[in-house]
Design a protein around this ligand. Structure first.
Ligand code: SF4
Length: 187
């Protein structure tokens, strides 16, 4: 007789041990999101002093790699952008372009007071008063500059958000299910 084990992750995953091997039945969103949230890649990008803390967070002490969070040099291979530093109006157009070039689904993490609100320079004629004026922000990190621990915490919050997303409903939609029906009918 086979043994049935309930795995307490979301109460929707079952693992069955049979004579021929292990069968796992789970929610498709859960399985895909498990992979997505454990391989979040961010764009290597910074505009001011918060960038130094960002570099420190990628170093051996904070060690973002342990969460599968690594940097990429191309927005087309990145899942999210960390806006680290002051954004001037001149730079805002470039930030928006990089955001548009990110692969879908994409996320934005606003790091530090300058990115959140303009920070120390919010009364300057040339500084954007918050990056959320030009791109949608998923997670804000307070501080000037935020410590690596704060940025790590924000990334963990982003992972939680990715893990909860109805990925197939939002990004794949009915096209995937139509495709599966087409395969079933034609083969
Ligand atoms: S928030 Fe502070 S540390 Fe970060 S870019 Fe602005 S002035 Fe520099």
């Amino acid at each position: 007789m086979s043994k049935v084990e309930k795995v307490d992750i979301t109460k929707t995953t079952h693992i069955e041990h049979t004579a021929d091997g292990v069968i796992m039945v789970t929610n498709l969103d859960l399985a895909v999101n498990w992979a997505r949230k454990n391989s979040l890649w961010y764009l290597l990008f910074a505009t001011a002093c918060c960038g130094i803390e960002l570099m420190q967070t990628g170093g051996p002490r904070a060690d973002l790699d342990r969460f599968g969070v690594v940097f990429r040099n191309s927005p087309r291979q990145s899942d999210f952008i960390i806006v680290a530093g002051t954004i001037t109006y001149k730079m805002a157009e470039r930030v928006r372009r990089l955001y548009d070039q990110l692969a879908d689904p994409k996320y934005v993490l606003s790091m530090g007071s300058c990115s959140n609100t303009g920070g120390l320079f919010q009364h300057s004629y040339s500084v954007l008063k918050g990056v959320d004026k030009i791109v949608p922000v998923d997670v804000y990190v307070a501080g000037c500059p935020p410590r690596p621990e704060a940025l790590t915490h924000a990334i963990l919050k982003l992972r939680e958000k990715v893990g909860r997303e109805p990925y197939f409903k939002n990004y794949v939609g009915t096209r995937f299910f139509k495709f599966m029906r087409w395969i079933k009918n034609d083969n």
